[in-house]
Design a protein around this ligand. Structure first.
Ligand code: FAD
Length: 496
């Protein structure tokens, strides 16, 4: 176990174990996943503290720079997408390999594109929302130890001056990144391996503007990728497979230029690097996303290669899946069994993202005859078969994922609901407020007892299906025709 480990701390922890929880939920780590989750919980009226070991300052250094369609839909359901859309740059296609481009403009989503936007801008929007919702932020506060018992979780934390303190919560979520101390504390391994080593990254200005918005190419051992942030800077990611050095090896701009020239034929006159980093990329996934009262989300639960730009997006989807469940349980509207569905639903998605992003990297960097042949066949297949290309687009953008439904459930159960038109507006507006949305063909009166967690809507069209949409935009329950008693039964089962 990390942390203070002194006898006196251990004794206080024992006393605290019997104490009542000070907080309903403590979230550890104010990256994108933690910010979204804490904001959702606070918006649902749950008392939540967010611990972050860094000081509070807005950085202009960004790791991720892409928001995908499903994440934009989730942000739309929180009233945050339009602002981000006006700040970022939409792109209607993703180039995967030299001869393979996947179009996004046919995606069945209001967001039929990807949005190039730096991670720090996304974090800032989520942070502001979390502050407004009432999240108790604790910066310069590091989680240093954790013990759980039947009634709650006791955290040892080190505050701004290094002072030790204990906090107690009913539930804890570790959104503390790939080196998650929370994951270590609950005894979970992080199996997997390093896939690519010594990748270099630089945020630079360019003397010459590239022809396309995203530029990517591979030549021999060299790979380079360029994307604009929109503030005059470009993100360069470059990799020379022949140069395999440790992450701590010093990096200068000349090295980034050299690999870029090898892969793209020019370095576009890059200059004025505001950030450079050498990193390696791992593929790892925790075997469980929950142990008792402690959950993992985001990079703490899974990491994969940056190919396809799915890391931050997958973490935000984890947070959106967990937040309403945790809020429902904490507020006493759902049985704790609902929390098991977080692992059941999100672990398979994490595994699938690991596979697809790893597959993309391996194919992009194919060198051996059989991998080159596989890439040629796949490229030819996807270029010819439009439905297959659309499936790839749906997977990368997250809109292709749904969740398993119980045996005998309606065919729509577990599927993602698009932004359908309703008499009162559109679905993703109705989802604002973190409530379930019941969509019926005729007016249905619920009596108002569930008003804080259920919104009633009618189809704008003459559709006859009755659909109960979860707060995260997936179908909880549906029926082709339903009387009032059937609807009441479904509401009791799902909304509580
Ligand atoms: C070069 C690169 C490019 C990438 N590009 C993309 C992309 O285009 N699209 C995409 O979706 N993803 C991308 N990613 C991945 C993305 O950056 C991560 O998936 C994302 O930041 C994970 O978010 P998170 O909230 O899970 O964790 P993090 O962002 O890692 O946040 C974890 C937070 O926890 C804090 N913390 C850690 N330990 C403790 C502790 N003990 N106590 C308190 N606080 C703690 C940390 O200070 C940190 O603020 C990229 C990554 C890299 C490296």
């Amino acid at each position: 176990m990390n942390g203070t480990g002194t006898n006196s701390t251990a004794n206080t922890a024992n006393t605290a174990n019997t104490a009542k929880a000070q907080y309903s939920v403590i979230v550890v780590g104010a990256g994108p996943a933690g910010l979204l989750l804490a904001g959702d919980l606070a918006a649902a009226g749950v008392s939540v503290t967010l611990l972050e070991r860094r000081p509070h300052k807005t950085s202009n250094l960004s790791r991720a720079f892409v928001l995908h369609a499903r994440t934009l839909e989730q942000l739309d359901a929180r009233g945050l997408a339009d602002g981000l859309e006006s700040a970022g740059r939409p792109l209607d296609r993703i180039r995967l390999f030299t001869h393979l481009t996947v179009e996004l403009d046919t995606l069945p989503s209001r967001f039929n594109h990807l949005l190039v936007i730096p991670q720090y801008e996304v974090e800032e929007v989520l942070r502001r929302r979390a502050v407004e919702a009432g999240v108790d932020f604790r910066y310069e506060t590091e989680m240093a130890g954790l013990k759980q018992d039947a009634d709650g979780v006791t955290l040892q934390v080190r505050g701004p001056g290094g002072e030790a303190q204990e906090l107690r919560a009913a539930y804890v979520v570790g959104t503390d990144g790939m080196r998650s101390a929370v994951r270590d504390e609950i005894g979970l391994p992080f199996p997997g391996r390093s896939v690519i080593r010594s990748v270099v990254l630089a945020d630079v200005r360019l003397a010459e503007e590239p022809e396309s918005l995203l530029t990517v190419n591979t030549v021999g051992d060299a790979f380079a990728f360029l994307a604009p942030f929109g503030d005059g800077y470009y993100r360069v990611i470059a990799w020379n497979r022949a140069r395999n050095v440790s992450d701590t090896e010093p990096l200068d701009l000349e090295e980034v230029k050299e690999v870029t020239r090898l892969a793209l034929g020019t370095d576009f006159g890059m200059n004025d690097a505001r950030w450079m980093s050498r990193f390696h990329s791992d593929e790892r996934q925790a075997p469980a996303y929950r142990v008792g009262r402690v959950f993992l989300a985001g990079d703490a639960a899974h990491v994969h290669t940056p190919a396809g730009g799915q890391g931050m997006n997958t973490g935000l989807q984890d947070a959106a899946n967990l937040s309403w469940k945790l809020a429902a349980v904490v507020r006493g509207h759902a049985d704790t069994a609902l929390l098991d569905t977080y692992q059941a639903e999100r672990h398979p998605v994490g595994r699938s993202v690991l596979r697809s992003s790893g597959g993309l990297v391996r194919l992009a960097m194919a060198k051996r005859p059989w991998t080159l042949a596989a890439r040629r066949v796949l490229t030819m297949f996807l270029n010819t078969v439009t439905p297959a290309r659309r499936k790839v687009a749906a997977q990368i953008t997250g809109i292709g994922y749904g969740y398993a439904a119980p045996r005998g459930a309606h065919r729509l159960a577990g599927t993602r609901v698009p932004d359908v038109a309703l008499r009162g507006g559109r679905l993703y507006e109705a989802l604002r407020g973190g409530r379930f949305v019941l969509i019926t063909p005729e007016a249905y009166e619920d009596g108002g007892a569930r008003k804080d967690r259920l919104a009633g809507e009618r189809w704008a069209s003459d559709r006859r299906t009755t659909v109960l949409v979860r707060p995260d935009g997936y179908v909880a329950w549906a029926a082709d025709s339903a009387d009032a008693a059937t609807i009441e039964g479904a509401l009791t089962a799902h909304v509580g």
